[in-house]
Design a protein around this ligand. Structure first.
Ligand code: HEC
Ligand code: HEC
Length: 306
């Protein structure tokens, strides 16, 4: 229904701003022109203001439910009215970050009040902690529009925008969010020796402090093969791994589901194999441990017979 609403909006406005609608565009474009009779009656469209591009000169079709003065002028807001610190911002975040933050600041450089009636973010982000609307900015004063971007499930580079509607015109602010892959710190031989020393004193040390950056973080929320690659392969398939780390593909003992579960959950006291179960201070839930046991039991069939 949401997509349909977008579709209707783009049809009604006959514009679809590339940045705001990019993610919905292919769906809208590929929707066949369904005969009206074939679709169920459409409930009234929620009064949500669509992203309004700068070049729309027709009056706004939908106004928010709250009583705000209609914009007197729907063209672009000149920079001689509000001066912005930037109209295109870029921030770097890291994969796995829940949110990104940035803000746009402006000064009313005109001689008159400017009344902001709406700040409308494009998809997937929220402009937080704004004064209530309408927001009157007196001459010579500043304002800030903080933006919080939800990054859950996002990768790569995001292009987003924010539409600020005022009584003197409409301003489009653009921003780019670069989601960078987590860069692992590089290890020297001295680091390795030191890590080994720490682990020999406490095999659970890999799960805390800086160790967790490499030994825990990448496995968070993962299951099966992805979890094995993140949490187990780091030690068991490492090119430079210490001699006491066994090759799991060539075990001399019979294995089964229970064997894997036990080793993963409890590890082995007085060795470097940590206990991954949360009940023993490890990072893995029972479901994650089960997923590993199933994956390993399947991909590494038991070589020896009991
Ligand atoms: C910090 C490095 C490290 C990590 C991480 C690690 N292991 Fe180990 N593992 C070891 C070491 C060292 C041993 C050898 C223990 C001993 O002395 O017997 C071992 C032993 C084992 C054994 C016993 C093999 C045998 O010889 O019978 C299994 C099974 C095993 N690990 C599975 C896993 C799995 C699955 C994971 C991921 C959840 C994992 N390990 C993560 C270091 C690690
Ligand atoms: C930069 C990422 C990184 C950090 C940080 C890190 N490790 Fe490791 N760890 C690895 C890798 C990669 C291996 C696989 C062996 C190798 O390449 O040296 C490994 C292997 C190990 C092993 C198995 C023994 C071995 O040397 O093969 C132990 C034990 C260990 N780490 C403990 C720790 C502890 C304890 C800390 C924190 C004090 C820590 N690690 C921090 C990446 C890291």
């Amino acid at each position: 229904m949401k997509l349909r609403t977008y579709f209707l909006w783009s049809a009604a406005l006959a514009v679809c701003l590339a940045t705001a609608c990019a993610s919905h565009k292919p769906v809208a474009a590929s929707q066949p022109a369904t005969p009206v009779a074939a679709v169920a009656p459409t409930p009234p469209i929620a009064p949500v203001a669509p992203p309004v591009p700068m070049d729309v000169l027709t009056p706004m079709i939908a106004s928010p439910a709250v009583a705000v003065p209609p914009p007197a002028y729907n063209g672009p807001l000149p920079n001689t009215v509000l001066a912005w610190d930037s109209e295109l911002k870029s921030i770097d975040v890291h994969e796995g970050d829940a949110q990104g933050h940035l803000s746009f600041s402006f000064t009313n450089v005109s001689a008159a009040d400017v009344v902001i009636s709406n700040v409308h973010p494009g998809c997937g982000c929220t402009a937080a902690e704004l004064p209530s609307m309408p927001w009157t900015v007196t001459p010579g004063t500043n304002g800030t529009i903080p933006v919080t971007i939800n990054l859950h499930g996002k990768t790569g580079t995001l292009f987003k925008n924010l539409t600020v509607t005022t009584d003197k015109g409409i301003k489009m602010l653009n921003f780019r969010v670069n989601i960078l892959p987590v860069a692992l710190p590089t290890m020297t031989e001295a680091d390795r020796t030191n890590n080994l020393k720490i682990a020999l004193a406490d095999r659970q040390a890999v799960f805390s402090g800086d160790c967790a950056i490499c030994h825990v973080k990448m496995g968070e929320g993962k299951y099966g093969k992805l979890l094995y690659d993140a949490d187990c392969a780091i030690c068991h398939e490492g090119e430079h791994r210490a001699t006491m780390v066994p090759d799991l593909h060539n075990l001399k003992v019979p294995t089964n589901n229970e064997f894997w579960k036990t080793w993963i959950s409890h590890g082995k006291a007085f060795s470097l194999m940590p206990a991954f179960a949360q009940s023993e201070g490890g990072p893995l839930s029972e479901m994650q441990i089960n997923s590993l046991a199933v994956y390993l039991n399947f991909t590494i069939p038991s070589k020896a017979t009991p």
